[in-house]
Design a protein around this ligand. Structure first.
Ligand SMILES: [Zn+2]
Length: 433
């Protein structure tokens, strides 16, 4: 009994020592015209989604014309996926000292190097803080100790450094943002922590590390008390835009800056490609997909969304965008030694075209897959007695059982191709109107 306990304790310790945060993503948006460089860091705290969806949208939908914007949308990936502040404790307290054995060591060390890069002129660290900041105490939610809706500076100025007037810069952003609030009580304020003199704990933070390396840095905090993710993201993006204006960074974005459009962007999950032979549109995906052909090991998952992650759990492969678990893929394991990359398909009785695995095609009424020696075609949700391979036959879209669709609207279906015992690939057939 006792020996078992010690043994388990050693295993637990081993797991702790071996734990390591996943690496973060890095995007560099470089303008054609030279200019200043802003570094945007999101997701240092995993339970602050305003702080990571905003940079994810920035990375995907903005084009920089003048200057540069560097983006780390998910500094703390494992904590984001579990929606915890820090599963390896608070990462924002590890910038003065960190042990090499710390699971966050690699990420903290790498972001420190990026912060110190001579090209970087200004750094923002994005958060969702508690409550609503007010200069005077009103109650437990609105008070001077709240972090929500603030621009946090460690000191008023950083002398002799371009953009070192942190107080003035944050006041400009504050003034701009307070003109377009969705509710009056969402007022932004500037909170000066006077870190060097007053706040020993804050001396371990990312922004203070930047300051001590003569890099202007601020934190942007929306409020945890604002429940609408689109609204927090809107405030974060608007603040970043105000800062880019101050820095002379010119940009274009592919959407109108209003709550409705930001809401759409927050919900655009993009595409997941798996093993180069299948792809899933994630926006409206069924929450559980059964018998997904995967390899036993070394599957390659590639997301278009910066916050896309796979977690291999007990029941299968969980698909995450940020902290949101959007689907569970229940695997059906296959080897994939197959030299075919496409199939010839006739859509709505038109001429055959070669369709690559991992793409979507549309058929209004029907489709036909050209047969191939030794290859088996399986349309999931369709079966005909005595037919082994569903090729060389017109299949009407209406014949496919909607319960087997990839999407919640029952519009997109799986066409799977096998050779002997190998899975070759999947084509998605969408019902057109
Ligand atoms: Zn935070």
């Amino acid at each position: 009994m006792r020996i078992t306990k010690i043994f388990l304790w050693i295993i637990a310790l081993g797991v702790m020592l071996l734990a390591k945060n996943s690496p973060f993503a890095f995007y560099a948006l470089n303008g054609e015209q030279e200019g200043h460089t802003l570094l945007v860091i999101g997701g240092i705290h995993g339970d602050e989604p305003g702080g990571y969806f905003a940079p994810a949208i920035l990375a995907q939908y903005y084009t920089i014309k003048k200057g540069n914007v560097l983006i780390v949308p998910n500094l703390n990936p494992d904590s984001i996926m579990t929606f915890k502040r820090g599963i390896y404790k608070d990462m924002n307290r590890k910038f003065a000292h960190i042990s090499q054995k710390d699971p966050d060591f690699d990420n903290v060390t790498r972001i420190k190097e990026i912060i110190k890069d001579s090209k970087v002129d200004f750094i923002v660290n994005l958060h969702d803080g508690r409550g609503f900041y007010r200069q005077e105490w009103e109650n437990s939610i609105f008070n001077p100790k709240a972090w929500g809706q603030t621009y946090v500076i460690d000191q008023k100025t950083l002398d002799d450094v371009p953009f070192g007037d942190l107080d003035n810069i944050t006041q400009q952003i504050e003034t701009k943002l307070n003109q377009s609030l969705h509710y009056d009580f969402h007022t932004f304020g500037v909170r000066n922590t006077q870190t060097r003199f007053n706040d020993e704990e804050q001396q371990n933070s990312l922004t203070f590390f930047a300051i001590t390396n003569l890099k202007p840095a601020i934190a942007i905090e929306t409020s945890k008390n604002i429940k609408e993710l689109d609204l927090k993201t809107f405030y974060q993006l608007s603040s970043i835009e105000a800062l880019m204006d101050i820095m002379g960074i010119e940009y274009e974005r592919s959407f109108e800056m209003n709550l409705k459009e930001v809401d759409k962007k927050v919900k655009e999950y993009g595409k997941l490609s798996i093993n180069d032979n299948m792809a899933l549109e994630l926006e409206n995906i069924q929450s559980i997909l059964n018998f997904v052909p995967l390899k036993k090991e070394e599957n390659r998952f590639i997301f278009t969304h910066p916050l896309g992650r796979i977690h291999q759990g007990k029941n299968g492969y969980e698909v995450f965008i940020g902290h949101k678990r959007i689907a569970l893929l229940k695997p059906d394991y296959f080897s994939m030694e197959c030299d075919i990359q496409d199939m010839n398909i006739s859509l709505d009785k038109r001429a055959f075209e070669a369709v690559r695995f991992g793409t979507i095609v549309e058929a209004k009424e029907q489709f036909l897959v050209e047969g191939r020696e030794g290859v088996r075609v399986n349309v999931i949700g369709y079966a005909k007695k005595g037919v082994i391979s569903e090729d060389n036959m017109q299949i009407k879209m209406d014949w496919i059982d909607g319960n087997y669709s990839l999407d919640k609207d029952k519009m997109v279906f799986r066409l799977e191709v096998y050779k002997d015992n190998n899975f070759c690939g999947m084509i998605n057939i969408k019902k057109g109107n």
